[in-house]
Design a protein around this ligand. Sequence first.
Ligand code: NAD
Length: 368
Amino acid sequence: MPSLPVGPSRRDFIRLVATGSAALAGGNLLWSQAGPAPKEKLGVALLGLGKYSAGQLGPALKETKHCQLTGVITGVREKGEKWAMDYGFPRENIYSYETMDKIANNPAIDIVYVVTPPGLHREFVERVAKAGKHVITEKPMATSVEDCQAMIDICKARKVRLSVGYRLHFDLYHRELVRLARSKEFGAFTKLTGKRAFVMQKHAWRIEKKLGGGGPIMDLGIYLIQGACMATQETPVSVLAREEPKKKPDLFNEVEESMRWSMNFPGGAVADFFTSFNDNGDQFRAEAPRGWFELTEHAFTYRGMKGATSKGPMTFEAINQQAAQMDDFAECVKTGRETPVPGEMGLRDIRITTAIYESARTGKVVNV
Ligand code: NAD
């Protein structure tokens, strides 16, 4: 039987009623009548214990205020045992990909975070939703528009919340970009440029079409797309893309090695971007009539971000983006508030990457 939806705290509930937003709490009313006391921290299970889980998400869950790590889903039992020891959750909360559907009966787990290659996101999100748990899926959301839509649909049908791991929406530098975009302090951003690239040394799922959905566009280009949509507060209407000639055709035999593309936005903004698995770079710049915003180093990474605006250097605190992202989602689940990074945003971005690939293939401008 699926676990009960997690309700708002009693104080939050009174506030929701007082502000007339009780409807937001929706199906959570059940909780207020009976059942267990509200949890202060929701339980998160990480699905896929690869580099991102081990290096970032696990450690971030030690810093979160609204959620904590209470389980894992892994193909390697011994790995799960080590995580249970390190993070102090019971061994019963270690699941395999075969047994994970039983998570439905585990009230210690409220949210499952899918951290596998993108080609597997749909299958896992569907299983999590069927188990009645809320779900975060890593970026890119999936490898096709159809898969993204199916993920949104099943989460709606099962009344669970769905979010994409777009951590930069919680980063203070990127929030400043959004603030400037919304306030139009410099006017609207109309010219966007950027690069995101690293040198892939050896074969990895990121260059397998089935698992990665494509090459650097899917893994890295998606950050530039996100940056442009944040700067314009719009979705592009059309794209024009060109795949660069391959220097290592044997390695990149299924996907692009590098891609150059432009995007046109409804308000007139134009973005020119480059991404590659055989180059280096992590920069972003947005120009407006009366000023500019620029990230010169680690524009889309979690550490070492540097940047300035036309008013001077930016010196924001380097927060733990992953902790902020997971805490925000846990709060959304608790209160019924909408997440700023929903499945629909992940779907929008896959529509854009799909248009980029079509443009690169046909040489024509493609409408999004
Ligand atoms: P990884 O290869 O290090 O880990 C992938 C995990 O998936 C492993 O535990 C692996 O065992 C598991 N897995 C299950 N079935 C698999 C299969 N059939 N083939 C391959 N692996 C399988 O990758 P990662 O770097 O941890 O990336 C995982 C996800 O996280 C991807 O969607 C990636 O784009 C995303 N990611 C996001 C960020 C970010 O900043 N938001 C950073 C890194 C990775």
